[in-house]
Write a protein that binds this ligand. Structure first.
Ligand code: HEC
Length: 136
């Protein structure tokens, strides 16, 4: 009886650990409807791309706090000019290097990958936007 009890507790612990781990994974790779949450005031074509490829982690719809701390499109309009400029540079940098969207995420959701053309569109916009913010 005692052995059975210990056995059941062990199983229980394993199941809890597995549940926590799988919840974390889901959080990392979760797909959220882009409809809810506020959106930045970007040109239509840019918004469409980042909504598809970035919003799952970098918006109020996301539970990914590591990602949102670095960049949250839902808070974009409240960012300071300096922060916007720094984020615009980081965005182009990350996508050009293929670091964003995250590789394991793209493996699971291939439709979220950025094409070469989309990367160029984002980078061109990022540099034009930076110039605008600098008042040139
Ligand atoms: C699956 C989740 C996920 C997706 C999708 C994603 N990111 Fe990220 N991103 C993260 C996480 C997590 C971080 C925090 C730092 C890290 O882990 O690299 C991050 C960090 C960043 C940073 C900050 C880098 C720095 O160090 O300052 C930028 C910029 C960024 N992401 C841009 C993007 C862009 C642009 C897209 C869409 C094309 C995107 N990300 C899609 C998860 C994601």
């Amino acid at each position: 009886m005692k052995k059975l009890f210990a056995f059941l507790i062990t199983i229980g612990i394993f199941v809890s650990i597995a549940a926590v781990l799988s919840a974390q994974r889901q959080n990392e790779n979760s797909i959220n409807p882009p409809e809810s949450g506020s959106k930045p005031d970007f040109p239509e074509n840019i918004l469409k791309i980042v909504e598809r490829s970035c919003f799952d982690c970098h918006s109020d719809n996301s539970g990914n706090f590591a990602a949102k701390g670095k960049l949250n499109y839902s808070s974009w309009d409240e960012y300071s000019i300096a922060r916007k400029i720094s984020r615009l540079d980081a965005i182009c940098n990350m996508i050009t290097k293929g670091k964003m969207p995250k590789r394991n995420f793209v493996k699971k959701h291939p439709e979220k990958a950025l094409s070469q053309e989309e990367k160029e569109i984002i980078c061109k916009w990022a540099s034009e936007e930076t110039n605008k913010l600098l008042g040139e």
